[in-house]
Design a protein around this ligand. Structure first.
Ligand SMILES: N[C@@H](CCC(=O)N[C@@H](CS)C(=O)NCC(=O)O)C(=O)O
Length: 206
């Protein structure tokens, strides 16, 4: 399998952490891809022009990190990271949605910051920032449950949250989310030490 990839992308990281946690990392060849480069061929693989995109041997392409992660989960025999049914499944999916939403808002802020100063909108940035803060507040409320014995087993939800918080540290380090979200910070401190997280620390593509 080939994965359209950038070491800076938090959604790519989510898929790679998932692959490490399920023992599949060795089966994935990463293809460095600059999304803004029309010569990258990305649009042929993913009409949405986004990474991650997972290209299978038979030519099928999966995109959107939730779809890629669910596909990867079908390939291994370890305990599933997306539980098959019941409360555990809906909790994992809900947490993924929260974390991905936090990322969507953060990416919009990031892209806005890269536009020429005269084209930037402070109002737009404030709106997206308020989404981030509200989502962090929601995650803070369930931080105590993230590490509870029943929930101790890592799920797709934990991975999505870990990668979202890692992205805040990577791109918005000056906005100290830990100061106002201490329980979430305590959970993340442990989670970030997992080998899957350590192996995928974000960096800019060189
Ligand atoms: N919902 C998608 C989001 C993917 C996404 O936004 N990826 C970013 C990189 S982190 C991207 O490709 N941006 C390029 C663009 O939007 O043109 C997922 O979960 O995979």
């Amino acid at each position: 399998m080939k994965l359209r990839y950038s070491p800076a992308s938090p959604y790519v990281r989510k898929c790679l952490v998932f692959a490490h946690e399920t023992g599949l990392a060795g089966r994935i060849e990463t293809v460095p891809t600059v999304t803004a480069d029309p010569g990258s061929g990305l649009a042929k693989d993913n009409p949405l022009g986004k990474i991650p995109a997972l290209i299978l041997k038979d030519g099928q392409v999966f995109f959107d990190s939730p779809v890629i992660c669910e596909y990867l989960d079908s390939l291994h025999r370890r305990p599933k990271l997306l539980p098959a049914r019941g409360k555990a499944r809906w909790t994992a999916l809900r947490r993924q949605a929260l974390a991905d939403g936090l990322l969507d808002a953060s990416l919009l802020r990031r892209y806005e910051s890269l536009r020429p100063a005269s084209e930037r909108s402070g109002t737009w940035d404030e709106k997206q920032k308020s989404v981030v803060v509200r989502t962090l507040d929601a995650l803070e409320k369930e931080a105590k449950d993230l590490g509870k014995p029943a929930a101790k087993r890592t799920t797709l939800g934990h991975i999505a949250i870990g990668c979202a918080l890692g992205y805040l540290d990577f791109r918005f380090a000056v906005e100290d989310w830990r100061a106002t979200h201490p329980k979430l910070a305590a959970w993340y401190e442990t989670f970030a030490k997992r080998p899957s997280m350590a192996a995928t620390v974000p960096k800019d593509m060189t």
